[in-house]
Design a protein around this ligand. Structure first.
Ligand SMILES: [Zn+2]
Length: 76
């Protein structure tokens, strides 16, 4: 078994000046992070996750606003 021959890495430069050691995706030669494929969720599952995250974010904002209103009313 030869180890060095089949060893392939992404090779993109990382922030700390090193080289990305992730395995490349088939055909791209780059890993998932550096393949330039992240322009948003592509799968239905990914979109659902993003939408859920947004909903929770807005719920938090709504709660914060509600508390703010309540505080205003109570102290006045
Ligand atoms: Zn990479």
């Amino acid at each position: 078994m030869s180890l060095s021959q089949t060893e392939q890495v992404c090779g993109a430069r990382t922030r700390d000046g090193g080289t990305c050691q992730e395995a490349p995706i088939n055909g791209t030669g780059r890993c998932r992070l550096h393949g330039g494929a992240s322009t948003g969720p592509k799968t239905a599952e990914g979109r659902k996750r993003t939408s859920e995250a947004n909903k929770q974010r807005w719920r938090k904002i709504a709660v914060a606003l509600m508390l703010l209103e309540q505080r205003k009313g109570a102290s006045g």
